[in-house]
Design a protein around this ligand. Structure first.
Ligand code: FES
Ligand code: FES
Length: 216
């Protein structure tokens, strides 16, 4: 005996008719519009109010809790220096500093940073004076199109702070070695999360070496 489906009172569908006529598609297409979506639809989350201290200024934001930190900076605070390259944590163009540590802002939610201090490329300079890392990038032409540059510079600043705090990298041979003697290989390894499609890597390494020489 064949099992029958009785979804619709006017239709009787057997396994055989489904296989023979592709009736499933017919069934789905005849469902009331939105009926399938309604079953899986979830309630929209309520907006959440948070405070972010960005580049020294306190901001009160009311956000969809699904908003990434990158979108909060770019779309809500108009700080567009941090770039959206991949939105998947693969390129580093969105790198900012949270409490002094570098982070891919596309991979974290703004609400997770309620009350924290964030530094973006717009907040690195000291008034009219560029941050040493910014000045070194200019001096060494550490960019071509510039799309990755704000992420590279923020990452470079965070990377030197990590090295100063004694955090090892995969290729660190000796953590007691002075910062100024960090090898090109170690700089490249530590900066490997920041991709440059223009391949300005030699100049980026040169810029970081200059900046780290000035900061030791
Ligand atoms: S945009 Fe965040 S890592 Fe690419
Ligand atoms: S300067 Fe163009 S992607 Fe890096």
């Amino acid at each position: 005996m064949e099992n029958t489906l009785s979804i619709f009172p006017t239709m009787e569908v057997t396994r055989r008719t489904v296989i023979e006529t592709g009736t499933t598609a017919l069934l789905l297409s005849s469902l009331p519009r939105g009926a399938l979506a309604a079953e899986t639809e979830q309630a929209e989350p309520s907006d959440i109010s948070i405070e972010l201290r960005v580049n020294g200024h306190l901001h009160h934001l009311t956000l969809d809790p699904r908003t990434t930190l990158l979108d909060a900076l770019r779309e809500h605070l108009a700080l567009t220096g941090s770039k959206k390259g991949c939105d998947h944590g693969q390129c580093g163009a969105c790198t900012v500093l949270v409490e002094g540590r570098r982070i891919n802002s596309c991979l974290t939610l703004a609400v997770m940073h309620d009350g924290q201090s964030i530094t973006t490329i717009e907040g690195l300079a000291f008034g009219q004076d560029l941050h040493p890392m910014q000045a070194a990038f200019v001096e060494h032409d550490g960019f071509q199109c510039g799309y990755c540059t704000s992420g590279q510079i923020c990452s470079g600043v965070g990377m030197l702070a990590e090295r100063r705090q004694g955090m090892p990298s995969y290729v660190t041979a000796d953590l007691t070695q002075p910062l100024a003697e960090m090898s090109d290989n170690e700089i490249r390894e530590r900066m490997s999360g920041n991709i440059c499609r223009c391949a300005a890597y030699p100049n980026i390494v040169a810029a970081i070496k200059q900046a780290m020489g000035e900061q030791t």
